[in-house]
Design a protein around this ligand. Sequence first.
Ligand SMILES: Cc1cc2nc3c(=O)[nH]c(=O)nc-3n(C[C@H](O)[C@H](O)[C@H](O)COP(=O)(O)OP(=O)(O)OC[C@H]3O[C@@H](n4cnc5c(N)ncnc54)[C@H](O)[C@@H]3O)c2cc1C
Length: 416
Amino acid sequence: MDKEVDILIIGGGITGISLASFLKTSDYLIIEKDSELGGYCKTTISNDYIWDYSGHFFHFNNNEIKNYLINNIDCEIVTVNKVCYVYYNKQLIDYPFQNNIHQLNENEYLECLEDLKNKEDLKINTFTDYIVSNLGNAICNKFVKPYNQKLYACDLDQLDFDAMGRFFPKLLDYNNYSSGLSFKHKQTTYNDTFIYPKGGSYEFIKSLLKRVNSNNISVNNEVHSIDINEKKVITSKGTIKYNKLVNTIPFNHLLKLSGEESKNLSWNKVVVFNMGFDSPSDIDANWIYYPGNEIFYRVGFYNNIFKTDKMSLYVEIGMKHNELFDEKVTLNSILNDLQSVGIIKNQILVDYQVIAMNPAYVHITKQSKSIYSKWCEKNNTKDVYSIGRYGSWTYCSIEDNIIQAQELALRLNQQL
Ligand SMILES: Cc1cc2nc3c(=O)[nH]c(=O)nc-3n(C[C@H](O)[C@H](O)[C@H](O)COP(=O)(O)OP(=O)(O)OC[C@H]3O[C@@H](n4cnc5c(N)ncnc54)[C@H](O)[C@@H]3O)c2cc1C
């Protein structure tokens, strides 16, 4: 296929499809390397279980975006009041950990309070400086550091202080603790309630696709190289010439495909085991965080979202991006650890699926931010853009992806 198109969109995940849905022209093409659209927003239905690429839940701040998605959806949407815990010293502590330290034993509680009171006013450069100066050493050592090290699979000193942005729970100050305020007022987090389509997150993709002409999508089509100066892309199906290019594949891949250096970017891989069991669970959580020696950093319960009777889990393991794992060995470790933390009692595993999300969490560093912003400065003037969670090498939600796509579409529509 040799083609010419005004707007070429690389990647058919939520960002690429949202962008297409907002365009006021039909002169565009989405190219997607997989046979299926959706990127990380895909759903597997296996036996009685509905599984995403890891738990994908939706907490919309922007009603316009929420309605844009759900007005067109074909299935029921459930609204869930979040229940989540941290598993610490064989005990479930309400999340966020730092706002529920009164649930620890008395000595540990006093240790955390003392540290909160005396926390140092550090000069904040790294993520470690940020958490320690906000929360004190005791809270960090018990939960925030070990948990995030398991998740990011890197030294936290490497990350920028703002690596988690608005997703990092804010802390009540020491005076609130000492006056007992945190006992009376449950701390709110950005996702206290969330919505979820009963058919899984792919329903959102289906909803957006109603606004996109299928003739403008080419699947099983992988980008092999990008020539920004010549405004052309070579794919597994031929050459495409474009006027404007919107990339949504991981930024490090974009750099490589266009012949640029990408060695200063790093990221983790998350291996997800979706697991279906034969019988119920008595745990009420939507998900639980594990800062300890368990192989996983988080376990989520689909059965508590759908209110189904058989336990259905997603189990997330953080790894270095190039770390190898053996499926059977990993599965056995997971089953052992699920048993030792009390999730598996008599339940028998009847079905499972393994997904490697790579990249999953990019490492946001001063250098990564500077590489991306310099790239934008150089390339946006040539009508080349890179957006989305991985395209802009950031930490964000699906709502943020759709907003970013809408903003860019507005700009592109003005040039029509
Ligand atoms: C563990 C985990 C849990 C998450 N949970 C939530 C959550 O609960 N709520 C939430 O809102 N967000 C969540 N997210 C974030 C969410 O998954 C992302 O923000 C979103 O899916 C990113 O969509 P995207 O379209 O930007 O990228 P992607 O989904 O990665 O899409 C990029 C597309 O490009 C394609 N592609 C790649 N290379 C090429 C190539 N060379 N040629 C052509 N096509 C290519 C890919 O196949 C893919 O379809 C989570 C992320 C992770 C890792």
